[in-house]
Design a binder for this molecule. Structure first.
Ligand SMILES: [Zn+2]
Length: 364
C-alpha cells in the first residue's frame, strides 16, 4: 500500500454530492459477534443509518441503504427470531419518514436506492419506494436464489428488493475503474462525483460508496458494515466462532480474509494529508474544536439552531458513547437538514463507527 493515498483532484467544474444522514431505527448488537475478543456481555446500540445524496448539478437524489423497517413481522422467520433473541431493534422513524420530514417524497423524488447489502438492518422496506431503481451488488443474486418464503430457512425475503424489473444487479463490467486503493469502482454518474466500491467480504454483493462532498476536495466514505466497531478500524479483529474441532460455527463475515483486505483499503483513506482527515477515533483535539467552534450564523432555522446548541452541550468528552447519545438525540428530532449541516461542518460527527468513514481534504 502506498504511504499517501491520492484521490482524483477536482476538475474546474467539478460536480459533487450533498449528503444528509437519515434516521432508520436502532439495533442493539452483541459486540462479540463482530469484534474479536469482546466480552460476551458487551452490547452497543447503533443507529441503522441511511444517507440521502443529491447531485450538485442535476439535483438527482439517491438514498444509500434503507435502515430497518417498522413491521418486523414481515421479515423471514429466522430474522424475526434473531431480532427477538439476539439483536432487538427499535424503529420510531424509518427512512421513508425521515425523508418526508426533510421535505423529500420517497415515492416521487428518489430515482435510485443503493443498498450496501441485503442484511435486514440495511434493506428497510422496499415497498415504500415504489418508483425507485434499486442498485445492489451482483453477489446478492446468490442470496436470492432460494429466498423466503419458498425456503422457510432463508434470511432473505423474495420481496427485500423489487422483483418487478426495478432491481439492477451490478456486474463485474460495471466496476471498470479504480480509485484510491480500491481496485474495483464504478463511476456512477461518470463525472467523478460518486463511486460505488466493490466491498466484498462481509456478505455476498457488499458495496460501499465514496462520494465527493464539495467542489474543492471533500469526500465521504459510506461503509455499510465494512466494520461493526470502532476498534476494528484501529486494529481489532473480526470475530469468528469455532467449535472444538476448529470449524466455523458463526461468522458475520462471509469471507473473513476479503473483509480484512477491504477494511485495510478503507483505513488507507486515513493516509491522506493529516490535517485534512477526520478519523474514527474521536480524539480530544477534534472535539475541542467542535466545542470551541463559534457561531451558528449559517443556520437556516431556529429549530436547527436548537439542535446544534444541544450538540454543543452534549459532546463534552472524547468518548464514542457520548457521540452516540448526541447523534441519537439529534436524529430523534428528525432534522434532516440539520444533520446535513453538522456532517458538513463538524468532522467528528462524520466519524461514526458502523456506517461511515469520512475524509475531508482541502486542496489549498
Ligand atoms: Zn451486515
Amino acid at each position: 500500500m502506498t504511504s499517501h493515498i491520492t484521490l482524483p483532484s477536482p476538475s474546474n467544474d467539478q460536480t459533487y454530492m450533498t449528503v444528509s444522514a437519515l434516521e432508520g431505527g436502532h439495533i442493539d448488537i452483541p459486540v462479540g459477534r463482530f469484534l474479536e475478543g469482546a466480552p460476551k456481555s458487551e452490547r452497543n446500540i447503533v443507529p441503522a443509518m441511511a444517507f440521502l445524496l443529491t447531485h450538485s448539478k442535476t439535483g438527482t437524489k439517491l438514498v444509500f441503504d434503507l435502515g430497518l423497517r417498522k413491521n418486523i413481522e414481515t421479515f423471514p422467520t429466522v430474522i424475526q427470531k434473531n431480532i427477538r433473541d439476539i439483536m432487538p431493534v427499535r424503529v420510531d422513524q424509518d427512512v421513508s419518514d425521515s425523508l418526508i420530514k426533510g421535505g423529500v417524497n420517497p415515492i416521487s423524488d428518489i430515482p435510485y436506492v443503493i443498498l450496501s447489502h441485503l442484511h435486514f438492518d440495511h434493506i428497510g422496506d422496499a415497498s415504500l419506494f415504489p418508483n425507485s431503481t434499486f442498485i445492489i451488488g451482483g453477489g446478492s443474486r446468490k442470496l436470492l436464489k432460494d429466498p423466503y418464503p419458498q425456503n422457510p430457512n432463508s434470511g432473505f425475503h423474495i420481496d427485500c428488493v423489487p422483483n418487478d424489473g426495478r432491481t439492477r444487479f451490478l456486474d463485474d463490467s460495471d466496476f471498470s475503474t479504480t480509485i484510491g486503493d480500491f481496485p474495483r469502482a464504478y463511476d456512477f454518474f461518470n463525472d467523478g462525483s460518486l463511486y460505488i466500491i466493490d466491498a466484498h467480504g462481509h456478505l455476498d454483493g457488499h458495496i460501499n460508496v465514496l462520494a465527493r462532498t464539495s467542489p474543492t476536495g471533500g469526500w465521504i466514505y459510506l461503509g455499510g458494515d465494512t466494520c461493526h466497531d470502532l476498534r476494528q478500524f484501529e486494529g481489532g479483529g473480526f470475530a469468528c466462532e469455532r467449535n472444538e474441532k476448529g470449524e466455523v460455527i458463526y461468522c458475520a463475515y462471509s469471507d473473513i480474509h476479503a473483509a480484512g483486505v477491504h477494511l485495510d483499503r478503507v483505513k488507507g483513506l486515513r493516509k491522506m494529508k493529516e490535517d485534512s482527515i477526520s478519523t474514527l477515533s474521536g480524539n480530544g483535539k477534534a472535539l475541542k474544536k467542535l466545542e470551541a467552534d463559534p457561531e451558528n450564523s449559517h443556520l437556516e432555522t431556529p429549530a436547527m439552531m436548537n439542535a446544534i446548541y444541544y450538540e454543543k452541550v452534549r459532546i463534552s468528552s472524547p468518548d464514542l458513547e457520548e457521540i452516540n447519545i448526541a447523534l441519537r438525540r439529534l436524529f430523534s428530532l428528525g432534522f434532516l437538514k440539520c444533520a446535513q449541516y453538522l456532517f458538513r461542518r463538524y468532522p467528528i460527527l462524520k466519524s461514526y463507527s458502523k456506517y461511515l468513514v469520512v475524509i475531508e481534504r482541502k486542496h489549498n
